[in-house]
Design a protein around this ligand. Structure first.
Ligand SMILES: NC(=O)c1ccc[n+]([C@@H]2O[C@H](COP(=O)([O-])OP(=O)(O)OC[C@H]3O[C@@H](n4cnc5c(N)ncnc54)[C@H](O)[C@@H]3O)[C@@H](O)[C@H]2O)c1
Length: 434
């Protein structure tokens, strides 16, 4: 099939590369000329396991990159929109990029096309795209607008795209949805066809539910700290109940990334403007913010006044296996620690390149041990696998004080105590332990 994917970010680039790998002819389009130039040369601008290989074996064959939207539209039958929809005023999703692409499609559409929206957009956006194309497009050209929300996770985006738990396709005309379903057929996954608005709502409802799970367990963790219970033992006990399950119950620094915070805020806004002010969701966001402040307080409690103290910061990205810093807890925690006078030595396996313009006057280190050298405490902000393999003997020799403030609950408090570390987790029963 001939496919255009507009937007070459985490979603668009992975989608375009994987669709090409499945045998389709894919043109990836972006307005960012530098990005396109790099992609044409084979430089992949984001870190996603497996992505470089897929792009490498398809580039120059079935996969091409351009800034020329018109030509990509004209040569394709399916046009996926995967542009950013950043948070606007009052949490409202900013749909300017999607509108711009719709206008571009309208200006160049030359025959029947299926326009598929993969960006996360407010409910009703499919109708807006339709109206834009009717208004700005040539008379008599037919098209369908379809919603195909994306559920991939950064860090495992390729695997998620190739092995999705479900694909949701929302359309006004079933035949259009079925044509889009053909693209996904080789993946042998459940494909759910819905109406347009329900598909758009499925994406927001899914993200808001997952974010709610995280804030819920963080509140339980905070109470665990007060009463001396261990949230990990609590969630283990909860997870045997199949109605609850074990996923997304990791207490810690809360959710970040380009999706959960913005999508929950957008849904709150959609609720407000449609006469249904959510009661749960605003609190999901405020609990999430609070976790970061709480971590800074925990650090202060662990090492005392931070002025002049050296802190090792392990991890910056909002989660492991990605270099993405968007809405990462580090974005508020690092400046907060600095403003209290701490000297920071930072290590992240992938995100330091993106961090350098954001955090000045900190020391970027080549390994977790280098960061820990002479530190008054080691702070874990991202649960990178690498931090699971730490040689604690070596670490103890490196630090000035063996204090571990674990924002991701990576380590066992008992084990850390045995290794001689003062351990502070999130909801690990500190009151009882200390
Ligand atoms: N990142 C995720 O994990 C994820 C998962 C599911 C859904 N989503 C949703 O998918 C959409 C894209 O997210 P992302 O993380 O890939 O964004 P991104 O910021 O990584 O990439 C977006 C790309 O779109 C390009 N772009 C912006 N306006 C354009 C235009 N008018 N024409 C062509 N290109 C344009 C940008 O230059 C950028 O390269 C968002 O709506 C997001 O909410 C993201």
């Amino acid at each position: 099939m001939k496919i255009a994917v507009v937007g070459t970010g985490y979603v668009g680039l992975v989608t375009g590369a994987c669709f090409a790998d499945l045998g389709n002819v894919v043109t990836c389009v972006d307005v960012d000329q530098e990005k396109v130039r790099q992609l044409k040369k084979g430089h992949v601008p984001i870190f996603e396991p497996g992505l470089e290989e897929i792009i490498g074996r398809n580039r120059g064959g079935r996969l091409s990159f351009t800034t020329d939207l018109a030509r990509a539209v004209q040569s394709s039958d399916f046009i996926f929109i995967a542009v950013s929809t950043p948070p606007g005023k009052d949490g409202e999703a900013d749909i300017a990029n999607v509108r711009a692409v719709a206008q571009g499609i309208a200006r160049s559409i030359n025959r029947y096309k299926i326009i598929i929206n993969k960006s996360t957009v407010p409910i009703g956006m499919g109708d807006i795209v339709t109206q834009i194309i009717i208004k700005h497009g040539p008379k008599g050209v037919s098209f369908d607008v379809v919603s195909n929300p994306e559920f991939l996770r950064e860090g495992s985006a390729v695997a998620d795209l190739l092995r999705p738990e479900r694909v949701v396709i929302g359309a006004t005309r079933r035949t259009a949805a079925q044509k889009v379903a053909e693209i996904y057929k080789p993946l042998h996954c459940p494909i759910l066809i819905t109406d347009l608005k329900s598909a758009e709502m499925i994406k927001y409802a899914s993200n808001a539910f997952l974010a709610t799970k995280i804030s819920f367990i963080n509140e339980i963790a905070n109470l665990c700290d007060k009463v001396g219970a261990d949230v990990l033992q609590v969630t283990r006990g909860m997870s045997y109940d199949s109605r609850i399950g074990s996923q997304f119950l990791n207490a810690g620094l809360g959710f970040g990334g380009s999706c959960f915070p913005k999508d929950v805020a957008a849904l709150v806004h959609i609720g407000k403007t449609n006469g249904y002010p959510f009661r749960i969701l605003p609190n999901v966001l405020s609990v999430n913010d609070h976790q970061r402040a709480l971590f800074v307080q925990k650090t202060q409690k662990a090492v005392g006044n931070l002025r002049g103290k050296t802190l090792a910061v392990w991890g910056l990205s909002f989660k492991p296996n990605t270099d993405d810093l968007r809405e990462a807890p580090a974005l508020s925690i690092v400046p907060a620690l600095k403003s209290k006078g701490a000297r920071l030595k930072i290590y992240d396996p992938a995100a330091m390149g993106k961090a350098k313009p954001l955090f000045k006057n900190v020391k970027y280190c080549k390994s977790p041990y280098e960061a820990a050298q002479g530190a008054d405490a080691v702070l874990v902000l991202t649960d990178w696998n690498e931090f699971q393999q730490i040689d604690f003997l070596k670490l103890k020799q490196a630090v000035r004080q063996p204090v571990l403030v674990d924002g991701r609950n990576m380590y066992d408090p008992q084990e850390m105590a045995e290794k001689g570390f003062a351990y502070h987790g999130m909801g690990r029963g500190e009151v009882a332990a200390f």
